[in-house]
Design a protein around this ligand. Sequence first.
Ligand code: SF4
Length: 373
Amino acid sequence: MAGTRTGEFRQLISPFLQAKIAELEEAYGPDSRQVLALTRQYVTSPLETVVQDNARRRHYESEVSILFDGRPVVGVERLYRRTMLIEPTTVCAAHCRWCLRGQYPIRTMKEDDITHATRYIGSAELRDDVNEVLITGGDPLMSLPLLGLTLGELARNAPNVRIVRIGSRVPFQDPARINDAMLEMFGRYPDFRFELGCNVNHPLEFWPESIDSLKRLQDIGFRIYNQHPLLKGVNDDTETLTELYELLRWHGIEAHYLFHAIPMRGMAHHRTSLRRGLELVRRLTAGGVFSGRAKPHYAVLSDIGKIVIYDGVIRDHREEDNCLLLRSGFRLKERRAWNPSWQVPESLVIDNDGFMCTWYVDGTDDPIPADAA
Ligand code: SF4
């Protein structure tokens, strides 16, 4: 599960990934960069116990805390006008060490919570604004019954929802789960536009089984996009990113966000500086290295939501705690209109034009200590 009951995000590596790591060890040697590209994503490191004062257990808070029909709505998040998030389960096939939900409490929604949440999403107060649901977690493809229930209840209670996005790493962690029964279930909902947000970080992860599972989804109409973190020692170089984005394009996967790894507890060793990521993206997008059709948006997940990093977004640098002031395109009054329970974070600054800015903890470009790699 992405999450923890004890404060320790335990190591979990699917049998599929274990076999792939063993194959890479056999082919390239246990200390090769190919093996490290996977083990740095999945194997617990002693560096996770190194905790900075300003690292946090959660990224932004966007849970909707509201009573609907006299009962709390649970498992639902909202930051933006058109999209609601629903999180049926926190179970995953494997635990990514840099997961932003690694420190969240473990939770599975009860069936009547899912029904209640979908009725809220289809209610008169939301139906003119919301037309899209992102089913996330954990990994929604880990529980076919819960996913089927969520889709069925959305279809029944929230006809305003036309786009259903699913966030999943199953194609790269346990692709056999994308089987006939799952495809048949999606086929029952021809009125939804289905999109799958996958997360592939390195060209090595394009295994035949993974490509095949994505192709099966594409064949029934899924649009697939990739959003992934920039990870020190995994994909923070131009060659790896170039190959990754070329493979994405080749397999019909849209390059969506490249995220700066977020300042979660015990994650500092995965994080480059924001400027290092900007340099890499500039090289990728302006260097003629590959087609502009395959370029990602470089963004951070800040206290106030996603901020795409363009020139002029970095407004200030606070040296004493290595924080950057980032300007977003969000206004506070809109955020409160869409999620009245949204709590203003301490890092918030409103600029002269009324836009929200936030102090964001940067990473460093120090090398990963060799004995912990
Ligand atoms: S599969 Fe997704 S939710 Fe689960 S641990 Fe990995 S990044 Fe986190």
